[in-house]
Each structure stands twice: as C-alpha cells, then as structure tokens.
Design a protein around this ligand. Structure first.
Ligand code: GLY
Length: 261
C-alpha cells in the first residue's frame, strides 16, 4: 500500500462567507461565497467518490481563509501535527482546528515553535517530507518540526521555494510514490531530487496544485494540455472547478487534510 496517496478519510471545512476577505497576492476580485460553496461541495463529492469518508467542519467566519484547512495542520500516518501558520490573520486557525483533529485523528502533536510552518509548504512521499521555506514557513519552524517528522518515521528535506511562489505546493503535487507534478520553475529550483517530475505545460502552471487521491488525480479546470499529458502518462484525471479558490490563492490541495486511520 502506498500511504502517500491512498486515503480512507478527509477532513474539510466549509468556506466562510468571510472568504471575501481572504488573503491574495494580486486582487482579481472577491470570490462569490455561493459559487465557492458550490465548488467546495463538488470537491467534497469527488473525495467521497474517490473512496474517502469525508468530515466537513462548519464554516468558521472568524478566519476568512479557514476553508484552506491544509495550512494549519499536517497528517502523517494518522497523527496530526498542529502547525503554526505564517500569515498573521491565519495563525489562530491552528487552535480553532485542534479540537476537530483530536476528534478525528489517531493522535495529535503540537508543533512548539516561535517560527512558522504552513501545511501548504509540505509535500509528503511514502517516507519523505519535503518542506519548502517561503514567506509563510521559516527555518525556525522547519528546525522545530524536524524531530516530530523523524519520530513518525519520515525524513525531512528542507528546500527553498522561489520567492514569487506563495506555497511549495502552489506549484507541486504528488502523482504517485515516485512522481510529482511541478512547474518548470519549481523543478529548476532543484526541489525534487530522487523523484520523477512531470512538468505542467507552458501557461498552465496553476495545474500544479493538484492532488492524487487513491486511483485519481484531481486537477483544476482550465488546463487541458496538462490533463492530456497526465492521461497519456496513465493517470486517471478528475477535473474540478476551483475558480473561486483561485481568487484567494487557494487550490485543490489546500481544501482538505487527507489521511488514513
Ligand atoms: N488565501 C490563502 C492564503 O493566502 O493563505
């Protein structure tokens, strides 16, 4: 069993109407809460169709970005690590999520740090955790995360995400135990030693925020050439609309914590 992309469960959080105040690098207009809710419901349905039992937590209006539930926590082998998100408006998401992690995961460990780690900066294979330093994740956070990751049987590789990229996984995702999908920019930063890399097609860089869930690769709509490339490589591609999440720099990976218990 390849635990890095095979999951029995997923934890999601419904988008808050306050998502209109969500963080973004470039303002292209606010997401529409109704449209976001519809895209999120389709995403949850796709997770269920892929074989996951999905828990959807209620929207948390206090945190506009809380639909992006992957950022305040990391799950390894059924153990949740409560992280310390690097954006001031998001740091409280960790404590807000903690009771739900206790209710759903095998175990919960708190990352004790004065630094920062966002889950969006973490890509896991079967035995490696790749952590990209970014504007949201710093060396102190990485240093303090290391013993926890190693105690759970993984090695930790700390890498540098190019400064123009929000999160390491904004531009990369796991396709199978040995293969990632990544933008040429992130690949050329030397992040993926020991792994095969399939590159996104020119102009379709946003496709890199994909997720492998059991037998399927979920890919954002609007990237037909990358979809074709993945299909030709033997992956079963499920296309999902993420137009509203994209307005606040979110994508497919950020909207769930995928795990097995
Ligand atoms: N809006 C997602 C983030 O910047 O954290």
């Amino acid at each position: 069993m390849h635990k890095s992309y095979q999951f029995t469960h997923a934890l999601c959080r419904a988008p808050a109407t306050s998502v209109t105040d969500g963080l973004r690098a470039t303002d292209q207009g606010d997401p529409d809460p109704m449209a976001f809710a519809a895209e999120h419901a389709a995403y949850v349905s796709a997770l269920r169709a892929a074989g996951c039992t999905v828990t959807v937590l209620p929207a948390d209006e206090a945190f506009p970005d809380s639909v992006f539930i992957e950022d305040p926590a990391l799950v390894l082998n059924g153990t949740a690590i409560v992280l310390r998100p690097g954006a001031p408006s998001r740091i409280g998401e960790a404590a807000a999520l903690r009771p739900s992690l206790i209710a759903t995961m095998n175990d919960v460990i708190d990352l004790e740090t004065n630094g920062f780690v966002d889950g969006g900066d973490i890509l896991c294979t079967d035995d490696r955790v790749l952590l990209g330093l970014s504007a949201r994740t710093n060396q102190q956070g990485a240093d303090d995360l290391r013993p926890i990751v190693e105690s759970l049987g993984y090695s930790l590789d700390v890498l540098q995400t190019p400064p123009e990229i929000l999160h390491f996984k904004t531009e990369s995702s796991l396709l199978d135990a040995e293969t990632v999908l990544a933008t040429p920019a992130l690949k050329s930063a030397g992040a993926f030693k020991g792994l095969n890399v399939i590159e996104t097609v020119d102009g379709e860089e946003a496709a890199a925020n994909a997720i492998r869930v059991n037998d399927h690769v979920f890919l954002s709509a609007g990237h037909p050439q990358t979809a074709e490339k993945l299909t030709a490589a033997g992956y079963s591609v499920k296309v999902l609309n993420t137009s509203q999440a994209a307005l606040v720099d979110g994508g497919l990976s950020c909207m769930s914590l995928r795990y097995s218990v």
